[in-house]
Design a protein. Structure first.
Length: 280
């Protein structure tokens, strides 16, 4: 009886071990099959993307993300779907895919790329800043976020460049409105627009003109002391600027006359020199 029990115990151990090996083997085969399916769908998406069929490519990438959500290929596929849409100007769809990625994978290693891609997608939608500021404001905020959170990346470097361009566009808009109010003699709105350029967009190419316009407005209103303040600021930072030369004319009435005299003298000297050379 003891012998029979021993044989039964050995059989059960062997049977369980064999079953365990079979289950493990079957599990490995299943995992391999799943991985092959994932790669097949992903590669098909890449193939269609290269062929230019971005809509079908995005569909294949989405299939990977839906069918195999636990796979490492799922977040990559979401990003590739976003890129596919972006590459052919389907900006709304690209942004939706990026929002899904950021919501589902907040700690993913490609987080910097996702935020940068979203900023770039908003940036590409800038058409006319005088009519629609929504895209440019969203792009500005996103580029600022990339610069702050991922400062040591190439994405941050390009974001700084794009941000400079955006600030130039926004400063241009403020100057356009400021000049409009100035021509209409609406002094307070004009001052507000020019001040905004000086305060918020001091690194742009428009700051010199904005300072000059502030001198011009305040001088027109008889606020000479305030005009002098802006003139000094312009002279201190941009003394070689043409705008400073124009500003200087407000405080030196003989400036323009002297300049014209100097130009006339220079021309006369050139003429005399040429005339003299004829007889040498």
């Amino acid at each position: 009886m003891i012998k029979l029990n021993f044989i039964l115990l050995v059989f059960l151990i062997f049977f369980n071990f064999s079953c365990s090996k079979e289950v493990k083997k079957e599990s490995l085969i299943k995992e391999k099959n799943i991985e092959l399916q994932v790669l097949e769908a992903y590669n098909e998406g890449l193939k269609e993307l290269e062929a230019g069929d971005v809509l079908y490519a995005a569909k294949k990438f989405n299939e990977v993300e839906i069918m195999f959500p636990q796979s490492i290929w799922a977040p990559r596929s979401t990003l590739m779907a976003a890129y596919a849409y972006y590459s052919q100007d389907y900006y709304f769809d690209a942004i939706e895919e990026l929002k899904i990625f950021l919501r589902k994978y907040p700690n993913h290693e490609s987080l910097d790329y996702a935020h940068y891609m979203m900023a770039l997608t908003y940036y590409e939608q800038i058409v006319d800043e005088k009519k629609d500021l929504n895209s440019i404001i969203l792009a500005k905020k996103k580029f600022e976020y990339v610069i702050k959170e991922f400062s040591n990346t190439d994405y941050a470097l390009d974001s700084k460049f794009k941000l400079d361009l955006i600030n130039d566009i926004l400063a241009s808009k403020e100057m356009y409105l400021g000049r409009y109010y100035f021509d209409k003699k609406k002094w307070i709105p004009a001052i507000n627009r020019f001040r905004k350029v000086v305060d918020d967009y001091s690194q742009t190419i428009y700051v010199e003109e904005a300072l000059h316009r502030l001198v011009e407005v305040h001088y027109t209103l008889g606020l000479v002391e305030e005009a002098s303040k802006y003139a000094n600021l312009l002279g201190y930072n941009y003394q070689s600027s043409d705008w400073y030369k124009k500003t200087y004319g407000f405080f030196n009435k003989t400036y323009e006359k002297n300049r014209l005299k100097q130009e006339k003298k220079s021309k006369e000297k050139i003429i005399k020199r040429k005339f003299k050379s004829l007889f040498e």
